[in-house]
Design a binder for this molecule. Structure first.
Ligand code: ZN
Length: 353
């Protein structure tokens, strides 16, 4: 972790995805203009790191570093070095001259269980939930009209998120029309829908998606005049970063208008949810294929996502296409749940229609 000055302002570089280990005073809003979080290695990166760390260690014939790399999602270089070290100690304790796969497996368990935070290293269940969640975003982003191309989808934890689906960032474009923003809302809601349909649980990732969708819908209503309330701007914005809030809204409208604004925001979010749900229901197998490929590969680029959808296949670690998993396989994965919608949006947030 290191802070330095640049002409852009003060930047905090954290070689960790655990902001919790940093002094909270350091992270107080306004102290740093930007945070840069160093990515954790993907499965290929981890295999390369393991190769480096095992170079000087006599390995048994049964050791397969690619298997080990696949079983250590979320581990950074230091974790992997630690894992190799523990495995060597394990072999030494058994008076063995070579380090065997079992040593690595035992050391992996020790490192995993010894990890202070579970979220640092994903459990199989978290990995699966994240894969289906991100596959939801990726599928809808790839199929919905008026959307930016999928750039990359990953289930390697980074920052505060367990996974990520990247498109061209919205801020880089000069302007977006209403249809593009509606597509964006649907893509944001797709993660939650995938959680509901495939994982039977709410993920924190979806919480962030819903917050972003609600913010976006509010801007469409209050700043960009895209709702039935017409081309009016509601609420003056004021930057109050020093108070720890990014933007404070000054209300310049009545309570009755506030209710109508909420209603319009709700409609936009609900519309996004419905559109995304339709796409996912129609392309259920494609979502499963993306998720199952993600579980093996961890990172997919946009072309690979399109190929999975187009050809109806699951890609292997080497990019070879195989047939979709049959129902027997997917049934074990899926616990579909009907009826429950938008659990995170109860209360003042949009209710299912
Ligand atoms: Zn998400």
């Amino acid at each position: 972790m290191d802070g330095f000055e640049s002409n852009e302002g003060v930047i905090l570089v954290a070689a960790t995805n655990r902001p919790d280990v940093l002094d909270p005073a350091l992270l107080r809003p306004g102290r740093f203009d930007r945070r840069v979080v160093v990515d954790r290695p993907d499965v290929k990166g981890r295999e390369a790191i393991l190769k480096v760390h095992t170079k000087k260690i006599p390995l048994g014939d049964d050791v397969d570093l690619s298997v080990l790399a696949r079983g250590t999602p979320g581990m950074a270089g230091a974790d992997l070095a630690n894992l190799v070290n523990e495995a060597a100690l394990n072999a030494a304790r058994q008076n063995r001259k070579v380090v065997m796969q079992i040593d690595f497996e035992q050391s992996k368990d020790k490192v995993l269980m010894g990890a202070e935070r579970k979220s640092l290293v994903m459990s199989d269940k978290e990995k699966r939930t994240t894969a289906y969640h991100e596959a939801g975003h990726a599928l809808v982003a790839a199929l919905i009209p008026n959307s930016d191309q999928v750039h990359k989808v990953t289930i390697i934890p980074r920052g505060m998120a367990l996974g990520l689906t990247q498109q061209l960032p919205i801020d880089d474009k000069l302007s977006y029309d209403k249809e593009q923003l509606e597509a964006r809302l649907a893509i944001l809601m797709a993660g939650r829908i995938a959680d509901e349909m495939f994982s039977n649980q709410k993920s924190t990732g979806a919480g962030n998606d819903i917050e972003r969708a609600t913010d976006l819908a509010r801007k469409m209503v209050c700043e960009w005049g895209m709702s039935e309330l017409g081309p009016m701007s509601f609420g003056q914005k004021e930057e109050q970063i020093f108070l720890g809030r990014e933007i404070a809204q000054h209300r310049d409208y009545s309570e009755a208008t506030a209710i109508r604004i909420d209603e319009q925001v709700r409609r936009f979010v609900q519309y996004g949810y419905d559109v995304a749900k339709g796409i996912i229901e129609e392309n259920r197998q494609a979502l499963i294929n993306i998720a199952e490929t993600l579980l093996v590969r961890e990172v997919l680029d946009g072309e690979e996502v399109n190929r999975i959808i187009r050809e109806g296949v699951v890609l292997s670690a080497t990019g070879k296409a195989t047939a979709s998993p049959d129902d027997g396989h997917t049934q074990q994965v899926l616990r579909p749940e009907g009826g429950r919608r938008l659990p995170g949006l109860e209360g003042e947030r949009p209710q299912p229609a």
